[in-house]
Write a protein that binds this ligand. Structure first.
Ligand code: 1CP
Length: 344
């Protein structure tokens, strides 16, 4: 993207440059907590929304126009790579994501396609429409799911509490898991590079369920592939590595050389930042559940984090995980206002 950004706070912070206040965006910022989301959602299925560039752009723009955040994130889902590879994906109300043909055997794994980037062309098309709408106001973040997190959905056939079948595969048939992880990683490289070519200003790799893994398994089944992906991305835009579990795994994540590590809310963010090599920024790490609290509490928690991070370049404010569907919209909006008014 050669357009000059009117608000480049997010990019500057991602590159550990000095800013007058921390930039903010929030995971799941374009979603079910917004009445305006439901007006669209009531007319289309979730996948129709993702696959119709004009609608994906409409939803991407909701938090830009209604919340005033400092970065937009593409409206899509991490599971679209699993679908492109051959997964029969649906999102049912109240059930969440589902793959009706889980990947559990060598035959299932061999049937997964890697050469399927054409099936994700709608994402590049959406990026073009969104960038026209944004018109350089703020940066656009592209994203993909990390191989271990995608593997868990493919193996379980959907969401899971304990990742029992996934861990059974890692323990009993590690080579089968490696075959699937390698295929996901290869598609993810092509997919994120396609997003970069289409004009996103940053990309984020979501390893949402890394926290399910032991220290050794994290190295073997997650970090190895995330590192391979980061080594093969066009590093023309900042790369953010998110893991639920980053409170523990951040020093390992740093070995894959991301520009930013996005941290859940268990850790002290300053301690994490200080433990990382210079030049790696941090993103986070408000407990999302403060959004249910009274407004003075929200303000106090934000200021507590910002005072702790005072003087640090390379800090992007975000939640440690996503906004929940029933969080009050005006609380989230208030949080963004508090952040935007803050000055170092
Ligand atoms: O606003 C945004 O953040 C942009 C769009 C976005 C992103 C970045 C959506 C829309 N999903 C995601 C990423 C995503 N999807 C992640 C990684 C981030 C995270 O950890 O929260 C994960 C794990 C998913 C998988 C997924 N898709 C879930 C979680 C299920 C579980 O296992 O807990 C859900 C509920 C979905 C559907 C989905 N994705 C996005 C929305 C708005 C929805 C809800 C669809 C609906 O019913 O309207």
């Amino acid at each position: 993207m050669s357009t000059i950004l009117q608000n480049d706070l997010f990019i500057k912070a991602a590159l550990s440059q000095q800013v007058e206040r921390p930039p903010v965006w929030m995971m799941r910022q374009a979603g079910r907590f917004m009445p305006e989301y439901w007006e669209i959602k009531n007319k289309y299925s979730f996948l129709e929304m993702c696959k119709t560039p004009e609608i994906a752009a409409d939803v991407t723009m909701l938090p830009v126009d209604l919340l005033g955040i400092d970065a937009a994130i593409l409206f899509s889902d991490i599971l679209v790579t699993g679908e492109a590879m051959g997964g029969d994906l649906s999102f049912e109300q109240g059930v969440g994501p589902r793959f009706s043909n889980p990947v559990r055997t060598w035959k299932d794994a061999e049937n997964l396609s890697v050469d399927c980037l054409d099936k994700l062309q709608y994402v590049a098309d959406a990026i073009h429409v969104i960038q026209q709408r944004l018109d350089g106001r703020i940066p656009l973040i592209g994203f993909a799911g990390a191989p271990f997190t995608i593997l868990s959905y493919l193996v379980e056939g959907g969401s899971s509490r304990d990742f029992k079948l996934t861990k059974l595969m890692l323990n009993n048939e590690p080579e089968l898991a490696h075959l699937i992880l390698q295929k996901i990683a290869d598609l993810t490289i092509a997919y994120l590079n396609m997003q970069i070519d289409a004009g996103v200003n940053a990309v984020q790799l979501f390893d949402s369920w890394a926290n399910a893994l032991s220290w050794n398994d994290y190295h073997t089944f997650s970090h190895k592939y995330n590192k391979y992906i980061l080594a093969n991305l066009k590093r023309t835009v900042p790369v953010i590595s998110f893991a639920k579990g980053a409170s523990v795994f951040a020093p390992v994540m740093a070995e894959s050389n991301p520009d930013v590590i996005s941290v859940d809310w268990n850790a002290d963010l300053l301690n994490i930042k200080k433990s990382l090599p210079a030049g790696i920024a941090v993103q986070g790490n408000l407990d999302p559940f403060i959004m249910y609290a009274d407004k003075p509490v929200i303000k106090a928690k934000i200021h507590e984090l910002f005072e702790r991070m005072r003087g640090e370049n390379g800090f992007i404010c975000n939640l440690g995980h996503g906004i929940m569907p029933d969080m009050p919209f005006d609380h989230v909006k208030y949080a963004v206002e508090v952040i935007r008014e803050f000055r170092y």
